[in-house]
Design a protein. Sequence first.
Length: 117
Amino acid sequence: MKIKTILLFTLMVIIIGFLIGCTESTNNISYEESRFVGIWNSEENPKIIPVTLILNSDGTSIMGGLNSTWELKNGQLIITASDYELVSTFDYFFTENDTILHLRLKGNDVFDIYLRQ
């Protein structure tokens, strides 16, 4: 009886340890990166085609319907279109409690505005 209790207790400890390990996040991102994660829609502007930007916490993204990856490097947002190896580098800043993202493509003078969905 005593051996059965010890084995049962040991089995419970192993199962609980396994379950706790499964709940840990393997996708550690910085605070700055977490500000970008989500769905962003370009501000309505009759001069440009509306663009939806989806930035996932795993570094994958979709910009204007193109599969891509994203990262922050040297204070800039870098989006690489996977199928075309097209790299776009943006200066950025946030306003309105991180609900508005301002992006300026390297070489341009104007910031495009994206609203968090």
